[in-house]
Design a protein around this ligand. Structure first.
Ligand SMILES: [Zn+2]
Length: 255
C-alpha cells in the first residue's frame, strides 16, 4: 500500500491499478452502552466514512454518509469529495455495505434528486433490498437498484464478501484481493479489536454479527489484507494484527 494523497477529510491509497479514497462524512458521539456488555460509560466518538474505489473500468462509491438526516457534525461527504478533487459526476457505480441512515442518506442531494447522476447502478445485498425499497428518501434510486451476492463484482477489481449480522445482508468489499472495506463490522475500535466478541446495540442479529467479525478479522490477518471501515478511527484504513486474545488496529500513516 502507498498513501498517494491525504487532506483534512480524505486519504487515498494505491493498490496496483486501483486507488481507494477514504472520504470523511464527519464525526458524532453515541452512548458507550451501545457496546453491549462492555461496561463503557459516557459517550464514544463515532466517525462516519465512505470509500471511493477508482479502477481502470469505473469509479465505485461504497456508502454515502448521513447527509442532514442523522446527527449534527455529519454530512461532510460533498466537502470531502471537493477536497479530494473528485466530482460527483465521476462516480459510475454505487454500492452499500448496508442500508442504515449513515450509509444511504448521501445518495440523494438537498433537492431530493440523485447526488450521483452518472452512477447507473446501486448495488445492494439481496437480503437488504427491501429496506432500501421501504425508505421513501431513496425512491429516486429504485430504477437503479442491482441485487448483489457474495462473489459479485460491482466493478472489476472489487468483490463482494458476505459479512451478515449487523443487517441481514451486511456486505464487505475486497479490493484487488488486498484491502477489505468492511462497513460496520466494528463500531468502536478501542473496544472491538481487543474484544471482538462485544456486539453493538443496533446489530440486527448480534450472534451472527459477532461470528462475521471474528471470521473476517481472522481471515484478514491470515491473508494479510488491509482493512477499512465506516467507523474506524482516522484515517479509516490500516493493518490488523493478532494481539492477546483479540486483535489490534494500526492506522495507515504517511511516510
Ligand atoms: Zn454505520
Amino acid at each position: 500500500m502507498r498513501i498517494a494523497r491525504a487532506g483534512r477529510l480524505f486519504l487515498t491509497v494505491e493498490l496496483g491499478e486501483m486507488a481507494v479514497t477514504m472520504l470523511s462524512d464527519g464525526e458524532t458521539r453515541l452512548p458507550g452502552r451501545f457496546l453491549a456488555g462492555a461496561g463503557v460509560a459516557g459517550e464514544i466518538p463515532i466517525p462516519v466514512r465512505a470509500f471511493l474505489v477508482r479502477g481502470p473500468e469505473g469509479c465505485l462509491l461504497i456508502d454515502t454518509g448521513a447527509a442532514d438526516q442523522w446527527q449534527a457534525g455529519l454530512g461532510l461527504l460533498p466537502e470531502a469529495m471537493a477536497e479530494a478533487g473528485i466530482r460527483a459526476g465521476e462516480v459510475t457505480a454505487l454500492a452499500l455495505t448496508h442500508p442504515h441512515t449513515d450509509h444511504v442518506s448521501g445518495l440523494v442531494d438537498g433537492d431530493g434528486g440523485l447526488a450521483f447522476p452518472n452512477a447507473e447502478r446501486l448495488f445492494v445485498a439481496v437480503e437488504d433490498l427491501m429496506a432500501v425499497r421501504a425508505n421513501p428518501r431513496l425512491r429516486p434510486l429504485h430504477p437503479r437498484l442491482m441485487p448483489l451476492e457474495q462473489g459479485d463484482g460491482p466493478i472489476r477489481g472489487v468483490t463482494a464478501v458476505n459479512a451478515p449480522g449487523h443487517t441481514a445482508g451486511h456486505m464487505a468489499y475486497l479490493v484487488e484481493g488486498r484491502l477489505l472495506i468492511w462497513g460496520d463490522l466494528v463500531h468502536h475500535a478501542e473496544v472491538q479489536f481487543p474484544r471482538p466478541e462485544i456486539t453493538w446495540h443496533h446489530d440486527a442479529d448480534p450472534d451472527l454479527a459477532r461470528a462475521s467479525r471474528l471470521q473476517l478479522m481472522e481471515q484478514a490477518v491470515e491473508a494479510g489484507w488491509l482493512v477499512a471501515g465506516a467507523h474506524l478511527p482516522a484515517p479509516g484504513i490500516g493493518r490488523i494484527e493478532r494481539s492477546g486474545r483479540g486483535y489490534s488496529f494500526h492506522p495507515a500513516t504517511q511516510g
